[in-house]
Design a protein around this ligand. Structure first.
Ligand SMILES: [Fe+2]
Length: 249
């Protein structure tokens, strides 16, 4: 029997963002999905402990609520950054279209275009699970309120691209909504209050009526994360250099 692949989920306490470490245990090739700058030391430790080499950093979308660790990981390891072609992540070396495959060792992720929360959102299917970013959350979904968001497209992505996966597919979201860390497609189809029994029009009306609450420092996050969370970009966007690097050190 082959070695089981490595799978680790990290919860960034300050923002509630989830990041994921996946690896082919046989070759040691690893991928980080949606790394957060402040947790980069944790990822390095996990990779060291498991004797992994970072092969790729993958982003589900341009985050507006925390600083990405993609750039720092790229600079530190040489691993290229992959993201959706419409994500606005300018430093990505590989721009993905719907259906493209990201290989690492003998493993592969499949990109699924799921726009709506942002125009460039990608979900990624890997083995028995899907990384949904902020498109599908456990018992919820991301808002369509960020720049370029579109509730109709979000509904279409949720219902046509994610809920069409097999029921047993595990849902690994990009953001915590409660204490639970994983769900499955079958459960979300039946129990997710954003979706169950909702028509497209009802979904759009609910999204439009929701209070518009932008995350703190959204503009800085968007500017910095277009550069993969490059702390020098945070500095350029108005933070002091010390504050820009504080999360990382
Ligand atoms: Fe988001």
């Amino acid at each position: 029997m082959g070695l089981q692949p490595v799978f680790r989920q990290f919860l960034h306490a300050d923002s509630g963002a989830f990041a994921y470490l996946l690896a082919d245990a046989a070759t040691g090739d690893a991928v980080l999905v949606d790394p957060v700058l402040g947790d980069v030391p944790l990822y390095h430790r996990a990779m060291r402990e498991n004797r992994l080499r970072l092969d790729r950093v993958v982003e589900t979308h341009l985050h507006d609520d925390h600083v990405s660790g993609a750039w720092v990981l790229h600079v530190g390891t040489g691993a290229p950054i992959a993201a959706g072609s419409r994500s606005g992540i300018e430093v990505a070396q590989r721009l993905l279209e719907d259906g493209e495959i990201v290989d690492f060792g003998g493993e592969s992720l499949q990109a699924i275009g799921t726009p709506g929360h942002t125009p460039g959102c990608m979900s990624y299917l890997w083995r028995d699970r899907v990384f949904t970013g902020d498109t599908m959350l456990i018992g919820g979904c991301g808002s369509a309120e960020p720049p370029g968001g579109n509730p109709g497209r979000l509904f279409d992505s949720l219902t046509r691209r994610l809920l069409t996966l097999p029921d047993e597919t595990l849902v690994c979201p990009g953001h915590a909504t409660g204490r639970r860390r994983v769900s499955c497609i079958g459960e979300e189809r039946v129990l997710n209050p954003c979706l169950a029994g909702k028509s497209r029009d009802e979904f759009i009306a609910t999204a439009r009526a929701a209070p518009r609450i932008a995350p703190a420092a959204r503009d800085i996050h968007l500017t910095v994360n277009a550069r993969g969370g490059d702390p020098e970009g945070a500095h350029a966007a108005g933070q002091t250099r010390e504050a820009a690097w504080a999360d990382y050190h």
